[in-house]
Design a binder for this molecule. Structure first.
Ligand SMILES: *Cc1c(COP(=O)(O)O)cnc(C)c1O
Length: 221
């Protein structure tokens, strides 16, 4: 059976191979280890393999892990990547470094207001629903420019770019999203275990990889 070390090594080889194939600089695509449903000890083991960026989807589960890993907090960067209800924004503004799933001005304002003054600005991406599935969270492409402008003006947020989750089989989605980048954005959060090569070819700067790093998840809540 593949160990965590083997899986992480294999994911980095996939990322580097796709980065070279796209004629992009090595190191321009970073691995965000998606750790939802994984126990804190799995994250600790991934950190021992050199991983520092973890993506979480559920607020309470994430806060428990952040607390369990408090001794290595300064080495880690926590990314919130799931749907975020306004009533939980304060917890995220206080505990995380990045939020990839900002999809309204209301949520952005709350995060900016609630970001503690002693922390650096919260790094954020706008979540775009590029496959136009009514069931998915995210902005429509034509909502992006106005929200980007409004979010960029919020004092305690730093707008970095766009995130989305294409529908399975939507092969043009990555390229369509890349074309929505606004002036000043340097980040495209796209690509998961199954589609990271296509995402890198289209310009991804973060690939969000869960299964290929940690192995299959136990059923989600
Ligand atoms: C779970 C999840 C991922 C990782 O998916 P894998 O297929 O396990 O790599 C990436 N992004 C988001 C938003 C997720 O919820």
């Amino acid at each position: 059976m593949a160990t965590l070390h083997d899986r992480i090594t294999a994911v980095h080889i996939r990322i580097d191979t796709a980065t070279r194939a796209a004629q992009r600089p090595l190191g321009s695509v970073r691995l965000l280890c998606v750790s939802k449903t994984q126990p804190a000890e799995a994250l600790r083991a991934a950190h021992a393999e050199g991983e520092c960026d973890f993506g979480e989807n559920y607020v309470q589960e994430a806060l428990d892990k952040i607390a369990s890993l408090a001794d290595i907090r300064r080495h880690l960067t926590w990314h919130f990547i799931g749907p975020l209800q306004s009533n939980k924004s304060r917890l995220v503004a206080e505990a995380f470094d990045w939020v990839h799933s900002v999809d309204s001005l209301k949520l952005a304002r709350r995060l900016s207001d609630q970001r503690p003054a002693d922390l650096p600005p919260l790094q954020v991406c706008l979540q775009v629903n590029i496959s136009a599935e009514s069931s998915k969270h995210g902005l429509t492409p034509d909502e992006v420019p106005a929200l980007a402008q409004a979010v960029a003006a919020l004092p305690r947020l730093r707008l970095r770019g766009l995130m989305s989750i294409p529908a399975p089989g939507d092969t043009g989605a990555h390229a369509r999203r890349a074309r929505l980048l606004q002036p000043g954005m340097d980040t495209l959060s796209m690509g998961m275990s199954e589609d990271l090569e296509a995402a890198i070819a289209a310009g991804a700067t973060w690939v969000r990889v869960g299964t290929a790093v940690f192995g299959p998840r136990t059923p989600e809540v």
